[in-house]
Design a protein around this ligand. Structure first.
Ligand SMILES: C[S@@+](CC[C@H](N)C(=O)[O-])C[C@H]1O[C@@H](n2cnc3c(N)ncnc32)[C@H](O)[C@@H]1O
Length: 275
C-alpha cells in the first residue's frame, strides 16, 4: 500500500512540467475526490488498490505530456468550473482580461453580446454569470465544442446564453449587437511553440490562423461592422506581438477608439475598437 505522501513524492520524477508538484496534487486530489489541502492533512492515508491503479494511469499520461485539465476533465475560469475536452482550447487565465474589459466598457445591465469561437463557452458563461440581464449569443465552428459549451451552460444554469454552430458569422442572422468578443485562433502555423506543452493536445482549429495568425482576426473585424450597432464595441484577444497589426486591421475595418490593453505581465494581449 502506498500513502498520499509517497505518491506526492513521485512528482520529482514527472517530466515535461514546470508545475510538477501542483500537477501531482491536482491528479491525486481528483482520484481521491478531495481538495488539495486534504492531502496535507492526511499524508499517511493509504490508497486502495483501485485508487492506486487510477492514479498510476493518470500520472503516466501526465508524464507523456497530456494537459492536467484533460486528465481531470475540468478547468476553472472566472471561478466557474468548466468541463473541458480535446475538442477545443483549455481556457487560459489571461482570457479573464477580456471578460474584465467587457465589463468595464459595458456597465449596462441589459445588452446583446456575441462571443465568436466560444469553445468551452468560457467567455460567454463568465459574462452571463456577472450580468444576468445580458443576452449572449455564443458561436462555434466545431460540433464537439458546441456540445461541450452547451453542457457547461446547462450545468451552470445560464439560460440567457444561446450557443449555436456557426463558421464565424455565417449562421448568425443579421442583427445588431452592443458588444462582440472573440478569443480566436491567432498562432502562425510555423510557430515552434505549437510543438511544446499543452498546445500539442489542443486542436489546430482552436490555435492556428493563416497570414501569420491574423486571418481570422481580420475577418472578424471586417464583418463586425455589419453586426455592431453604432458605438458598439469589438474586443479581440491576440498574441503579444500582434497588437500593432491588429490595431491596423481594426482601423482598416472602419472601427474607432482603437486601443490595445496589457495583461498583468505587461504584454498587449487584446485590442478594442468601437463602431
Ligand atoms: C483560441 S480558442 C478560444 C476558445 C474560448 N473562447 C476561450 O477563450 O477559451 C478559438 C475557438 O474558435 C473556434 N473556431 C475556429 N475557427 C472558427 C470559425 N471559423 N468559426 C467559429 N469558431 C471557430 C475554435 O474551435 C475554438 O473553440
Amino acid at each position: 500500500m502506498t500513502t498520499v505522501k509517497q505518491n506526492l513524492a513521485r512528482s520529482a520524477g514527472l517530466a515535461d512540467s514546470d508545475t510538477a508538484r501542483l500537477d501531482t496534487e491536482i491528479l491525486l486530489g481528483h482520484i481521491l475526490g478531495r481538495p488539495r489541502t486534504w492531502l496535507y492533512t492526511w499524508p499517511e492515508y493509504e490508497l486502495s488498490e483501485a485508487e492506486q491503479v487510477e492514479f498510476d494511469a493518470l500520472f503516466e499520461r501526465r508524464n507523456n505530456g497530456e494537459p492536467v485539465a484533460h486528465l481531470t476533465g475540468t478547468r476553472e475560469f472566472w471561478s466557474l468550473p468548466l468541463k473541458v475536452d480535446p475538442s477545443t482550447l483549455i481556457p487560459r487565465p489571461e482570457t479573464e482580461l477580456l471578460v474584465e474589459t467587457a465589463l468595464e466598457l459595458c456597465p449596462q445591465e441589459t445588452l446583446r453580446a456575441l462571443d465568436l469561437g466560444t469553445g468551452t463557452g468560457a467567455i460567454a458563461l463568465a459574462l452571463a454569470s456577472e450580468k444576468p440581464g445580458w443576452r449572449i449569443v455564443a458561436a462555434e465552428k466545431s460540433a464537439e465544442a458546441v456540445a461541450l459549451a452547451e453542457e457547461n451552460r446547462r450545468a451552470l444554469k445560464l439560460d440567457k446564453v444561446q450557443i449555436l454552430r456557426s463558421d464565424w458569422f455565417a449562421q448568425i442572422p443579421p442583427q445588431q449587437f452592443d458588444l462582440i468578443l472573440s478569443n480566436p485562433p491567432y498562432i502562425d502555423a510555423a510557430d515552434p511553440h505549437l510543438e511544446e506543452g499543452d498546445v500539442r493536445f489542443e486542436p489546430r482549429l482552436a490555435l492556428v490562423a493563416a497570414r501569420e495568425g491574423l486571418a481570422d482576426i481580420e475577418w472578424i473585424a471586417q464583418k463586425s461592422i455589419e453586426y455592431l450597432r453604432p458605438a458598439g464595441w469589438l474586443i479581440v484577444e491576440h498574441g503579444w506581438q500582434q497588437a500593432e497589426a491588429v490595431r491596423e486591421i481594426f482601423a482598416a475595418a472602419g472601427l474607432n477608439s482603437i486601443e490595445s490593453r496589457k495583461d498583468y505581465s505587461g504584454w498587449e494581449r487584446l485590442t478594442i475598437g468601437r463602431k
